[in-house]
Design a protein around this ligand. Structure first.
Ligand code: SF4
Length: 213
C-alpha cells in the first residue's frame, strides 16, 4: 500500500514540476531534505546575505546552520527575546536580502503558489525586494486547486500556526476556521503567484518528503 501511495505522490510531484516550469519557475525535484539542502546551498553565493521567512520547512532541511558555517550573513526574526521594534526591523531587513529563502502554504497541482499571512513580510519578500527567491516545498503542501489551497491554509496551516504562537484564536478553540474577525486574526493577506514575479529569479525546490505543515 505504501508503495502505491508513494507512486502516486511521485507522479503528482513530477506533473506539478512540469506545470511550474511551463509557468516560468526554475524547478528542482528532489527526493529528501538532504538533497533539498544541497540544492539550496548551491543556489546561494557564499557572499550573499540571506533573508529567511518564518518557515518550519527551511529549519527542517537544516540549511541555516550550513549557511552560517560557511560565512553567509543570515537575517531572520525567529529569535528569542526580540522586542517588537527589533522584530519589525529584522523583517524589514529580510526584504532587502540578496536571497530570500522560504516556503509556501500550498502549491496547486497546476503550479500556483499560495500563501496567507497576517503581517505580510514573507509574501512581500517573495514578490519584490530580494535579488533571488528560493522556495522549498514538501509533498504535503500539494493540493488539487485554489479552493483546496485556501481550505488547507485556513483549516490546517492557520490553526497549527496559531497554536504554535500561543494565540487564543477561534480556529485553535474549534480546530477549524470560522472566518473570524478577531483582533489577532492571522489570515489577513492572501497571495497567489501564477508565475514568477517579472524581475526576480525564482526557484522552487519540490521535495518528495513531508516538510512543515
Ligand atoms: S480567519 Fe480566524 S478562525 Fe479562521 S483561520 Fe484565520 S484566524 Fe483562524
Amino acid at each position: 500500500m505504501k508503495d502505491l501511495k508513494n507512486w502516486l505522490e511521485e507522479k503528482q510531484l513530477k506533473r506539478t514540476a512540469e506545470f511550474l516550469k511551463e509557468r516560468g519557475f526554475e524547478v528542482f525535484l528532489v527526493k529528501d531534505k538532504e538533497e533539498a539542502k544541497n540544492v539550496v546551498l548551491k543556489l546561494i553565493p557564499e557572499n550573499a546575505t540571506v533573508g529567511i521567512g518564518g518557515s518550519i520547512t527551511i529549519r527542517e532541511i537544516g540549511v541555516i546552520e550550513e549557511l552560517e558555517k560557511r560565512g553567509n550573513k543570515v537575517i531572520h526574526h525567529w529569535k528569542e527575546g526580540l522586542t517588537p521594534e527589533e522584530d519589525f526591523e529584522i523583517r524589514r531587513q529580510e526584504l532587502l536580502s540578496d536571497v530570500f529563502l522560504s516556503s509556501v502554504n500550498a502549491l496547486t497541482f497546476s503550479g500556483e503558489l499560495v500563501n496567507m499571512e497576517g503581517i505580510g513580510n514573507r509574501v512581500a519578500a517573495q514578490i519584490f525586494g530580494p535579488k533571488k527567491v528560493i522556495i522549498v516545498v514538501g509533498k504535503n503542501k500539494l493540493v488539487v486547486n485554489l479552493e483546496t489551497a485556501i481550505w488547507r491554509i485556513k483549516n490546517i496551516v492557520a490553526p497549527l500556526n496559531a497554536k504554535r504562537l500561543k494565540l487564543e484564536l477561534p480556529c485553535v478553540e474549534e480546530g477549524y476556521c470560522i472566518d473570524c474577525n478577531h483582533p489577532k486574526k492571522i489570515c489577513r493577506i492572501t497571495t497567489i503567484l501564477e508565475a514568477p514575479p517579472a524581475r526576480t529569479p525564482f526557484y522552487v525546490v519540490l521535495v518528495n518528503e513531508e516538510l512543515g505543515f
